[in-house]
Design a protein around this ligand. Structure first.
Ligand SMILES: Cc1ncc(COP(=O)(O)O)c(C=O)c1O
Length: 397
């Protein structure tokens, strides 16, 4: 007789309901595959490492450690480093918003800003309105608060003001006016005005997320939504795309009424954003560094956008369509009806390229024949080769 194997005791851990709602990010899972050597990844939303201001960071780090090492390495204020908050307020003022530094909360990336607004504004079952498609990381940040996600119909210019009624009663609309992730679209001046007017009419606040606004190629985008309705809009900004994402530095600009609760949520989450990083970044940018640096990123990304446009035109078969982004990092491609970009991905990876299937960016009713391509992470010759491989996968399908 053989003894049966001893039964493992059941796990003593019982997950919270909110943890059941957490899912692995499709993008992160894809990125793991794309780390395989030889894969040309047009999937990740990673800024080009060639754009990182390494020398300026080195000098600023040395200065901070020389001049204020004790302060920089100590616990710090939850609101953020005061001179950096003043800098943010000044930048916002230049975009037509009168912002007091007291309205600025420095966050651990704008991703934390999304979590904090979710924590402060969403109850289980309360409505949160999103664009179609929308940033997957926001859907993930809001999901643990168990909201009902409402998709607002959109066209090439963003959410349709006349359809905003579907979101009446929601806690807020999450909007991405500049070079949206994933669609690349940029909202026109008229659409911004009409959207904010419609939101005000129905008392729907807006959370405006703007990590890509500085990455325009020919002309700057229109003024932020927040400049049109100061008390009804929370604005999220980030240093990830203009300096480096590894710093994990972003900010919330909030109406005074919301600030105390956001600050309490921030305190509970992580006490404060690393003070060392804040001081180093302030040291880098305090004398106008970004005025010189950001244009170099624009030139680089515009050339890469052009390379991808040329490759798409040269290689993608008839029936595929895309619009050319005027800034940011992404092309959004629609494949012929009936082609499933999720299923196609395995074939594309086999051939040696990767993209993100568009389905990941829909809160409901995913458009399966869509995909997102990033043009900033790889150099033009690889962009061309990656798009050619995508076309090969499509022809095989
Ligand atoms: C639309 C959008 N919001 C927020 C984030 C998060 O950025 P951060 O690095 O500032 O946390 C990203 C990152 O790619 C993004 O695309």
């Amino acid at each position: 007789m053989t003894a049966s194997a001893p039964q493992r005791p059941a796990s003593p851990w019982r997950l919270a309901r909110r943890a059941e709602r957490m899912n692995p990010s499709v993008i992160r899972e894809i990125l793991k595959v794309t780390e395989r050597p030889g894969i040309i990844s047009l999937a990740g939303g990673l800024p080009s490492p060639d754009s990182f201001p390494i020398e300026a960071m080195r000098e600023a780090t040395a200065l901070v450690l020389r001049d204020t090492p004790r302060e920089a390495l100590q616990y710090a204020a939850s609101e953020g480093f005061a001179p950096l908050r003043e800098w943010v307020a000044e930048q916002m003022s230049q975009q037509g918003m009168a912002v007091d530094p007291a309205q600025v909360l420095i966050t651990t990336g704008s991703q934390q800003g999304l979590d904090l607004v979710g924590k402060v504004l969403l109850d289980a079952g309360s409505g949160v309105a999103v664009e179609e498609p929308t940033y997957l990381g926001a859907l993930q940040a809001f999901a643990p608060y168990e909201p009902e996600v409402i998709t607002v119909p959109c066209d090439h210019d963003g959410p349709l003001p006349e359809s905003l009624g579907v979101a009446k009663g929601a806690r807020f609309l999450y909007a991405l006016p500049n070079f949206q992730n994933p669609s690349g679209r940029c909202m026109s001046e008229d659409r911004r005005a009409a959207l904010v007017a419609a939101a005000r009419d129905i008392g729907l606040p807006i959370v405006e997320d703007n990590p890509y606004g500085d990455l325009w190629f020919d002309t700057a985008p229109p003024a932020p939504l927040a400049s049109r309705w100061a008390e009804g809009i929370v604005y999220l900004g980030s240093f990830s795309k203009v300096l480096a994402p590894g710093l994990r530095l972003g900010y919330i600009v909030a109406p005074p009424a919301l600030m105390p609760k956001l600050l309490q949520a921030k305190q509970a989450a992580d006490l404060h954003t690393p003070g060392f990083n804040q001081r180093v970044v302030y040291e880098v940018i305090r004398n106008g560094f970004l005025r010189e640096h950001v244009p170099t990123i624009r030139v680089r990304y515009k050339a890469q956008r052009d390379a991808m446009r040329a490759a798409l035109e040269a290689h993608l078969p008839k029936g595929c369509s895309w619009s050319v982004p005027t800034g940011g990092m992404f092309f959004w491609v629609e494949l012929p009806e009936g082609i499933d970009a999720v299923a196609l991905l395995a074939k594309a990876v086999d051939l040696g390229m990767a993209y993100v299937p568009g389905a990941a960016f829909f809160a409901a009713n995913p458009k399966l024949n869509t995909l997102r391509l990033s043009f900033v992470t790889v150099a033009p010759p690889e962009i061309e080769r990656g798009v050619a491989l995508l076309a090969q996968a499509l022809r095989a399908a």
